[in-house]
Design a protein around this ligand. Structure first.
Ligand code: FAD
Ligand code: DLZ
Ligand code: SF4
Length: 531
């Protein structure tokens, strides 16, 4: 799409690739006669970490469709393609080039999702020859300042307190100032294991159209060495398809969402999960409309309260909360390493080649779909990273690379805070460490694993079992005074020296065998040099 010539003196509205919403604040008060919308595909954004191929293809396809939708409305769009001659590859230089092209009276943008882009924007105020207006990102239900105000003076930022405030603020699932059903939280009803032979709903996939196929081919050509498959791409990339995906979820999955929210099953990565996070995070859907659609299903009697509350809690609670934590605590937030974890990320996080069947399954799902559901992220790859003492920076980079929904504002608090407890308890009152028994209870992975989840010591034992106790031993000074860890530490204290030595020996032997580089080069996969 070539740059258009237009009357000078209008506003240049710069829309980033994760702000693809017609109602985003940077497009409010748009003047059809004079304004230009700028959208740019830039190499820096695709490579500051080497994102999963599906994430790049998804965003490029969604950006191109969004531009076409704006143009269909009669809006002038200056869309810079990745391989266009002269594309400098960075937000800053592309914005400067566009300002030179169009000589606007001012530039308007919405707040970005990531600190590094926020820093760029502060520089633009100084370097652009025209005024820059940075508007609040109105796609969230809790403005950044409101969260920061709430967080001021608190060391511990507890999700539950924040969430109740958000229920009151929005009126979602509220009646006369009280929570509908008399309870704020239905989590205890939402921990069922998937019964054998349970029939899961069919999920709708979205066949790539010509624009999306072109984006996929571009990514295959330009980012061939990145992690991930493209053949399985079936994400919705337009507003209309995003709404169809939401409708499908509400009708087919929400009524059972809560029951099996924590379950895992080999070969079934989606279960009853929404698959809406890439769409929400890129702007194709808003948190507000998704929450109200779920509430409507409850009011209409189409979905039970435990499922609807469980779902709304994820978005109105967790999603808004992690974004708030990110902006309230950055940039220092990412620097802490409360448990002094330093081990390198094992190579099997990329290759999936490991006898740990749970990890092999989650990595395979992730490679194929740029997706794993919450409990897979938290209790399999996350729990392993925690109890094996993996370096937070390396783990964070992995999570930022491999998922289609990954942006630092949401990835970092989830990994640094919720999973690794590297923030020393800002987010969670205790680390989510677990042995193999949890994975066995919630999944079918253990049934076909080379290790035995019931065995606690020796070569056939499930490594999660001794790594769990080893984690407690290694962090005894830091964690044993935590009230919420009192039970496991009491059990640990009841173990004799011999048992402790056995745990230390098994853990050292297993951890010593981990490799952070491939044993043989992977053809066509340069992920080893990725970072
Ligand atoms: P569902 O399970 O159906 O949940 C519905 C929605 O709730 C999601 O679409 C999402 O928008 C929201 N949500 C649920 N849990 C969270 C949470 N903890 N934080 C923020 N939003 C939440 N989510 C991302 O969007 N991007 C990430 O980079 C990301 N990284 C994560 C890393 C780790 C280690 C963990 C434990 C969680 C991470 N999450 C992330 C949160 C969550 O796992 C995903 O949002 C969810 O799996 C997306 O799939 P879904 O749409 O099917 O979600
Ligand atoms: C993730 C991403 C990628 C891969 N490519 C682009 C791009 O070419 N142009 C763009 O505007 N945005 C892209 N993005 C999303 C940005 O990285 C995102 O807007 C920032 O991380 C700020 O949240
Ligand atoms: Fe994972 Fe252990 Fe179960 Fe194997 S036995 S699948 S390693 S939890």
């Amino acid at each position: 799409m070539p740059a258009k010539s237009e009357p000078q003196g209008g506003t240049l509205r710069f829309v980033l690739g994760d702000q693809l919403n017609r109602r985003v604040s940077s497009l409010a008060d748009l003047d059809l006669e004079r304004d230009i919308v700028l959208i740019v595909e830039v190499r820096d954004e695709a490579t500051y970490v080497r994102h999963h191929k599906q994430k790049i293809a998804f965003l490029f396809a969604a950006m191109r469709h969004f531009a076409a939708e704006l143009e269909a409305e009669g809006i002038a769009v200056d869309y810079v393609r990745l391989t266009e001659p002269g594309n400098t590859g960075s937000f800053t230089a592309e914005l400067e080039r566009a300002v030179a092209r169009h000589a606007p009276a001012r530039v308007v943008v919405a707040e970005p999702g990531e600190w590094r882009v926020w820093e760029m924007m502060q520089d633009w105020r100084e370097t652009l020859p025209v005024p820059l207006e940075i508007r609040a990102d109105n796609r969230f239900l809790c403005p950044r300042e409101d969260f920061s105000h709430w967080a001021e003076g608190r060391h511990h930022l507890r999700m539950e307190t924040f969430y109740r405030g958000m229920r009151r603020r929005t009126g979602l699932l509220m009646e006369g100032g009280e929570p509908v059903g008399g309870r704020w939280n239905f989590d205890p009803d939402n921990r069922k294991r998937l019964p054998k032979g349970h029939k899961l709903p069919d999920r709708i996939g979205f066949q790539p159209d010509a624009i999306t196929r072109e984006a996929i081919a571009l990514v295959e050509r330009e980012f061939a060495g990145h992690f991930g498959d493209l053949a399985t791409f079936s994400w919705p990339v337009t507003r209309a398809d995003a709404l169809a995906a939401l409708k499908h979820f509400i009708n087919q999955c929400l009524p059972t969402f809560g029951d099996y929210q924590d379950a895992m099953k080999a070969g079934a990565p989606y279960l009853y999960h929404a698959l809406l996070s890439p769409l929400l995070n890129a702007g194709l859907l808003t948190a507000e409309e998704v929450c109200w659609a779920a509430e409507r299903a409850y009011r209409d009697g189409a979905a039970p309260l435990n499922c609807v509350e469980g779902f709304i809690r994820q978005i109105l609670g967790w999603r808004e909360y992690v974004r708030g934590v990110y902006w309230a605590r950055m940039p220092e937030y990412r620097d802490s390493n409360a448990l002094r974890a330093e081990r390198n990320l094992p190579w099997f996080y990329w290759s999936g080649e490991t006898e740990l069947n749970c990890i092999a399954n989650v990595v395979a799902d992730t490679r194929a779909h740029a997706y794993a559901h919450h409990i897979q992220r938290l209790m399999v790859t996350g729990n392993f990273a925690l109890i094996a003492g993996l370096d937070p920076a390396q783990v964070e980079e992995w999570y930022l690379i491999v998922f289609a929904d990954a942006y630092e504002w949401v990835e970092l608090p989830n990994v640094h805070g919720m999973v690794l407890w590297a923030d020393g308890g800002v987010m969670g009152s205790k680390p989510y460490a677990a042995s193999g028994a949890y994975i066995d209870r919630m999944s079918d992975y253990c049934a076909t694993c080379a290790y035995d989840v019931k065995v606690k010591a020796g070569p056939s034992a499930c490594p999660f079992n001794y790594l769990y106790w080893n984690f407690l031993i290694e962090n005894e000074d830091r964690l044993s005074g935590n009230q919420r860890m009192a039970m496991p530490y009491q059990t640990l204290r009841g173990m004799g020296d011999q048992r402790r030595a056995e745990i230390r020996r098994d853990a050292a032997s297993f951890l010593g065998s981990l490799r952070s580089e491939p044993e043989r080069p992977h053809q066509g996969d340069q992920t080893a040099n990725a970072t």
